[in-house]
Design a protein around this ligand. Sequence first.
Ligand code: PRF
Length: 386
Amino acid sequence: MVIFAALKSSMKFELAVNDPGSSARAGIITTDHGTIETPIFMPVGTVASVKGISQKELKEEVNPDIILGNTYHLYLRPQTEILKKAGGLHKFMNWDRNILTDSGGYQVYSLAERRKIKEEGVRFKSHIDGSYHNFTPENVMEIQRLIGADIIMAFDECTPYPCDYNYAKNSMHRTHRWLDRCITHLDKTPPEYGYSQALFPIVQGSTYKDLRKQSAEYIANAGAEGNAIGGLSVGEPAEEMYAMTEVVTNILPKEKPRYLMGVGTPINILENIALGVDMFDCVMPTRNARNGMLFTSHGTINIKNKKWQDDFSPLDENGTTYVDTFYTKAYLRHLFTVNEMLGKQIATMHNLGFYLWLVREARKHILAGDFASWKNMMVKQMDKRL
Ligand code: PRF
């Protein structure tokens, strides 16, 4: 077997504990930008900003070890050339901790207009100005070298749900061929900024167990520093998502981190941690915050609801960020009613604080050996609308 230098980075993963009551794990990833305690939730910073929160507040109040950026968005704006001039995304946005960039293998399908998928790659029309562009496994590797994230993703196709079996099968095989091209090209393209970058390949296969199994075996065989599961949380019932995660985590190497892309609700996160997933990202805490939806350990709140208009209790008395006790529900409801941007900022900090609290708490319970019972209690408790 050929050993590709591209798949060797300085990344390390130490697995601290396996939970006796589930497949949950606690670990520590180390890269050139520091450590990441897993399980982790990565706040989404699509266009070099986690929407609605400053880097300083993000660090001091939410404190994530890693955030996410997007190749598709950053390539369109500010454009790769500007990021190169800045010395990479870390410097451009002044974030000195870890960053992971998605490859565009999802945004191209969900955002771009008039995309055409061929063996060579994808031709698409920008959702910003209608201009035409091509993404190939090769140029997506080059763009991600120039963005300079610590973890970079292979170029894949995320199939929609539902998806015809034959389409899913052909698409999965193409994703595998694209992975080989990503690895070969990355080998010829050294890192740009003096620190290493780990390439994570992505398992696809829609909601078909045999395809998921085949894809997980192919991806495991590539021998990367970490592996991702794509193509889920695209509209399938949660039970189907969990069934696919389980097939895949049973095959992916135990000693490497597993990243479930674009998931999900707090309940989805706990259920997938129980199945052996270590990393998550989702726009849900930030996007829903901007629509007035708050996640708490007792369920979700629609702060725009009239019932909060004279509720002068703290936003979340168990919350970990300063806004949770500094502001009342009545005040936040008022800010949403009059459409003040401060409302969205407060809700964003609260939700991100909650997601990070949730995964840290999960980690504590995995280490204590009682994750499964804690998870079941939390799932029941959070499944409410307040
Ligand atoms: N592929 C990539 N990014 C993603 C996904 C995927 O399948 C998903 C699926 N939920 C989210 N983000 N490259």
